[in-house]
Design a binder for this molecule. Sequence first.
Ligand code: PLP
Length: 367
Amino acid sequence: MTRKGELDTPVPVVDLAVMEANLRRMAEVCRRNGVKLRPHTKTHKIPALARRQVELGAAGITVAKLGEAEVMADAGLDDILIAYPMVGPQKLERLFRLARRARIACTLDSVEVAQELSAAACRRGAAIRFLVEVDIGLGRCGLPPGDELMQLCARAASLPGLEFGGLLTHAGHSRRVRAPSEVEEIGRREGELMAGAARSLRVAGLEVAEVSVGSTPTAATAGAVPGVTEVRPGTYIFNDASTAALGLPGLTDVALTVLSTVVGHPAPDRLILDAGSKALSSDRLSANLLQGHGWIKGYPGLSIPSLSEEHAIVAVPPGASAPRIGEKVEIIPNHVCSVVNLFDELIGVEGDRVEVVWPVAARGKVR
Ligand SMILES: Cc1ncc(COP(=O)(O)O)c(C=O)c1O
């Protein structure tokens, strides 16, 4: 039997009990709010974990990329939302092939993408479901609520081969706040803007089946707004420093850490760990609230002000307790989704005992 402390580093380690509690808590929140849970599996990229989410009541899964959807469908997941616009002949060929073996939907926010999708469906004598993406503050994909959004929905819904499935948004800006207290308002607004947009579409005669919202920080508040039908949190399965910095939830609910070894102590105020940007990613999610590149568990006085590819540079203030060379420490990463994508395997532990090794089957599936 292998113990956590014997693992070679750097390595991502998942506390199975904490993960299970995270999964159950979100499933319960959604049940209480009367909304479907469609977890975003880009966080873990592991079919066995997607299946566990479905066992606990998820209505289906979300993925970011077609390649992730293919991996999940290969493993028997059969209701998959690809929260991404499908553009180009290669993608469309694969999309329609995939849609023959699973219930698939994708998103779009332009007439151009809708027309290309419709033409591809017609050429194949097929139909595909789509959701229109709404921007409620992130400033990525999506049209803001308003006339242009209404016109796009109506136009795309009228195209042959397309089935209008509803509206989708992602409140990723809930991590850009200056204070955790701002998150609840962002979630409430997320839900209200989306429910309002759906109401306007219905008044205009369109059927809007799904009003899909959610990020881990806003899933509970946005999901509680009447009219919202579905939430899509992803990070909640593991959590990370970005969610802990918001207190949603707290540090004890972080299930994944990167186990790392102290490989040097070249100056009294500087330690070196063997986890650099290739293990922790350079991501500075929640940069307004988070300083540095992750938290070292059990050493609150230490910080990680910088990374190079293979090194974490740890600042040791005078008098702070610090690990010795050869000791292993656990780092809570800033952004767990990017960390998982850097490793071939995640190690699941029960207490100190290694219980399971999962290949990260959808890692790198960026096409
Ligand atoms: C479209 C979409 N939905 C849902 C999520 C899940 O958000 P979170 O990781 O905050 O739970 C993401 C994450 O990036 C996303 O891009």
